[in-house]
Design a protein around this ligand. Structure first.
Ligand code: ATP
Ligand code: MG
Length: 563
């Protein structure tokens, strides 16, 4: 869990409604604000859920209220305890807690059944024997009301049939229980919607006790009412369902009267957010798992090196509004970079190494340097690196025939460069193999420049290059990531999202050379590898002696805040 203190959520339109509701004459005057986060346990949580968690838990915190965690498991398909455990872990990691208020919607099946019976008794629900196809053929249109020949069937008959539906006497799809609302309503959700259907399927918690299951629009308001939720915050696609939500609450003997408020879903470019598509990526092995660092899942982002503070900050900054919008992935990266810039120790690691030999430094000699962990935070201290005749530098920091304005090592020019924190060096040639590939770079160092500054104060024109001592270097595999999809909107309706996968989203580098201080690093440690980006220890594959690092985000900022 993040140690950083959470700032209170900025006021948004939901809070304006809540302020009215809890004011002296408001509908919840004197009551505790009570929200809930209701994931369906059929997949892992993603960054869109993180926004909803932020809104649900953050709003409760803002008002000194409560937020429940509820598994919305009324649909018996594809629900799994693996998901239930992962959801809890992810929410805790984000820094939120539900106390002892952890619930399953399926625990309310008995009450939901009773409420359905109550509606039938009041003449407000009936058993309909239209098949799904017949029902949609009889839905009517804007000018024509829907039709059901079963609407006026006697209450006793519906009661009997509903009980027999429950007892398993009928096959799937043979009948439904429908709320009797308004077949001519301009809102089609109110045209006598089905509230129970037959599904002979085991449930991950209730087993074979039920073969009828409540529809979401009927179940959700009941779940909220049973738990005493005041504000049921959900995404915009439920806006047209709100009249039905209110109808259910108003027509059953509900123990509370929750209010539904909708806000815009979060979409992010270059990724998909639908659980069905994420599951397909996992099951068909396009990624290594739900926690593949390229996934927009919370566990994927965690493995990638995202911090809870970065994700919360992102959620805060994108704001809560009614208008749907797609946020750039680079904005998420910007939020991570801002957090890591402040907290990650600076270290040296060479990703694509070439040996560098300091020809005038004695063989067998060695010395140490103290490198600041953070240039802006002296309180973070220093760490020790060793230096000797044999080093590694990045292959790209040497060029035999330099391009114009090249400011690194090259035998073709006498440019002096700093080896960060150590000495000034000048290239003295290179060694090539039979194929003409450079296998070793040679340099001379200035013994009077210990620490990196020349004794005579002369200007050093070349770049400051990172390096690692060959004698003490730790080997590592480093994984570099790019967008999972080349198409900015692979999630758009009707698109073949798999065709938009980026074949270059993962690049694995082996034989990378890290400074010795990283040899014992374990997850969730994050570092800035000087000049190459922010990296974290992989929380699954890294082991002492077989280190694996992930690039969390590059140093360069491709996100340009809009003016
Ligand atoms: P999917 O349709 O992909 O299965 P879902 O919306 O059904 O996703 P749930 O597990 O039901 O997923 O979501 C739990 C809560 O998270 C809901 O209140 C939902 O509105 C919210 N949520 C899901 N996706 C997003 C998103 N992209 N942005 C904001 N909130 C979201
Ligand atoms: Mg859902």
């Amino acid at each position: 869990m993040s140690e950083q203190k959470k700032p209170s959520m900025a006021q948004n339109f939901i809070h304006d409604f809540i302020d009215e509701d809890i004011a002296e004459n408001g509908r919840y005057a004197g009551m505790t604000v009570h929200t809930r986060f209701p994931p369906e346990p059929n997949g892992y949580l993603h960054i869109g859920h993180a926004k909803a968690i932020y809104v649900d838990f953050g709003t409760a915190e803002k008002y000194g209220g409560l937020c429940n965690l509820r598994m919305d498991d009324t649909n018996p398909t594809k629900e799994d305890t693996e998901y239930v455990d992962a959801i809890q872990e992810d929410i805790h990691w984000l820094g939120y807690d539900w106390g002892d208020r952890f619930y399953y919607a399926s625990d309310y099946f008995d009450q939901m059944y009773e409420y359905a019976v109550e509606l039938i008794r009041a003449g407000k629900a009936y058993v309909c024997q239209l098949s799904a196809e017949e029902m949609s053929a009889n839905r009517g249109d804007v000018n024509t009301p829907a039709v059901s020949p079963y609407r006026d069937r006697p209450i006793e008959e519906s009661l009997d049939l509903f009980q027999r539906m429950k007892n398993g006497e009928f096959p799937d799809g043979a009948m439904t229980l429908r709320a009797k609302i308004d077949l001519a309503s301009g809102n089609f959700n109110l045209r006598d919607p089905a509230i129970y259907r037959i599904k002979h399927q085991s449930h991950h918690r209730t087993g074979d006790k039920w073969c009828i299951y409540p529809m979401y629009d009927f179940a959700h308001p009941i779940e909220d009412a049973i738990e005493g939720i005041t504000h049921s915050l959900c995404t915009l696609e439920f806006e047209d369902h709100r009249p039905l939500y209110d109808w259910v609450i108003d027509n059953i003997s509900a123990p509370a009267k929750p209010r539904q408020i909708e806000f815009a879903r979060l979409g992010i470019d270059h990724t998909v957010m639908s659980k069905r598509k994420l599951r397909q990526l996992v099951e068909e092995h396009y990624v290594s798992g739900w926690d593949d660092p390229r996934m927009p899942t919370i566990c994927g982002l965690r493995r990638r090196g995202y911090t809870p503070a970065a994700i919360r900050n992102f959620s805060e900054q994108i704001g809560v509004a009614k208008a749907a919008s797609t946020v750039e992935f680079s904005f998420l990266e910007y939020c991570l970079r801002s957090d890591l810039d402040d907290t990650a120790p600076r270290v040296m690691a060479v990703l694509r190494p070439v040996p560098l030999t300091i020809i005038n430094y004695p063989e067998g000699q060695s010395e140490t340097f103290e490198i600041e962990n953070h240039p802006k935070h002296p309180e973070m201290g220093t760490h020790t690196v060793t230096f000797s005749r044999h080093l590694y530098i990045e292959a790209e920091d040497f060029m035999e025939v330099p391009v114009r304005k090249y400011k690194r090592l090259s035998p073709g020019c006498s440019m002096e460069c700093r080896l960060k924190g150590a000495y000034i060096v000048k290239c003295a040639g290179c060694v090539k193999d039979a194929d003409g590939n450079v296998v070793e770079v040679l340099a001379e160092y200035d013994p009077n420049s210990r620490g990196g500054d020349p004794a005579d104060g002369r200007k050093i024109k070349g770049a400051a290059i990172h390096w690692v001592d060959a004698a003490t270097a730790a080997d590592a595999e480093v994984r570099l990531y790019d967008d999972l999809f080349t198409d900015p909107s692979p999630d758009a309706a009707g698109k073949d999202f798999l065709a938009a996968l980026n074949p270059h989203s993962l690049e694995v580098l082996t034989g990378c050379k890290l400074e010795a201080s990283l040899a014992d690093a374990t997850a969730p440690a994050s570092f800035q590898f000087m000049r190459t980006g922010y990296f974290c220890v992989d929380n699954k594959d890294s082991k002492p002696g077989a280190l694996v690092f992930n690039r969390s985000v590059s140093l360069k900022d491709s996100f340009k805040p809009k003016k």
